[in-house]
Design a protein around this ligand. Structure first.
Ligand SMILES: CC(C)(COP(=O)(O)OP(=O)(O)OC[C@H]1O[C@@H](n2cnc3c(N)ncnc32)[C@H](O)[C@@H]1OP(=O)(O)O)[C@@H](O)C(=O)NCCC(=O)NCCS
Length: 205
């Protein structure tokens, strides 16, 4: 039984490597790092002049979509849950060791919508760079919109919509995402954001 499992794992590793080689050959203009695990249903749109780089040992789970028309850079050992979407027109950077749960959406652009008499699809897009730091954990189904920077070690709660910058080490939840506390070294109490009176429950600000 144990032998069957290890044989199965060995075959899975071979299949993973073969798949990565195939994708590297197919997408020569993209840099797909060594030992990345890019699973089935991966959908890549690479525009003319786009710069896509994915660091080594990343995991892109099933059904992930990447649309890259600008710069899109993913660090080392970043893990994406199934059906995540990343879309870059200008610049989208994700730091090493970050963890994006399933169905997270990160885009550095929005449709323009200032003309009422023109279909939104024909109005073009506004973009602003998105930066997600190192060791950031983004909960399932969260959405990160254009122009946002999320600092290193921050945590974004499930289903949040992040519309403003989130500082390093913060834990932010909700729509729009607000900081409820800061991560601190183990054994110390979590810190509330400094702009709240001490007796105010942070998430009610
Ligand atoms: C953000 C998160 C990490 C917070 O964990 P925590 O520090 O243990 O926070 P708590 O459970 O103490 O919650 C603090 C407050 O924030 C609220 N809260 C927690 N997560 C929330 C979320 N995702 N959205 C809205 N409010 C949330 C809680 O209800 C609580 O409010 P209360 O004080 O009124 O009861 C966690 O709730 C979360 O969303 N995890 C992501 C789960 C996920 O997507 N996993 C995918 C696997 S990779």
């Amino acid at each position: 039984m144990a032998r069957n499992i290890s044989v199965g794992r060995a075959w899975a590793a071979v299949a993973r490597r073969a798949r990565l080689k195939y994708l590297q050959a197919r997408w020569r203009r993209a840099r797909l790092g060594a030992r990345c695990d890019i699973r089935s249903g991966f959908h890549l749109v690479l525009g003319e002049g786009a710069q896509l780089s994915i660091g080594p040992r990343c995991v892109l789970d099933r059904g992930m979509t990447i649309e890259c028309f600008g710069v899109l850079s993913i660090g080392r050992e970043v893990i994406f849950g199934h059906h995540c979407t990343l879309a870059s027109r200008e610049s989208l950077i994700i730091g090493d060791d970050s963890l994006l749960a399933e169905m997270v959406s990160v885009r550095d652009h929005d449709h323009r919508f200032d003309q009422l008499d023109v279909p939104i699809r024909e109005q073009g897009a506004d973009s602003a760079p998105v930066v997600i730091g190192r060791n950031v954990w983004i909960g399932a189904k969260a959405t990160i919109v254009k122009g946002v920077t999320i600092g290193d070690n921050a945590i974004i709660g499930a289903n949040a919509v992040v519309t403003r910058d989130i500082p390093a080490n913060a834990i932010a939840v909700g729509i729009p995402a607000r900081v409820i506390k800061f991560r601190v070294p183990q054994g110390e109490p979590a810190e509330p954001p400094s702009d709240l009176p001490a007796d105010t429950p942070p998430h009610e600000s």
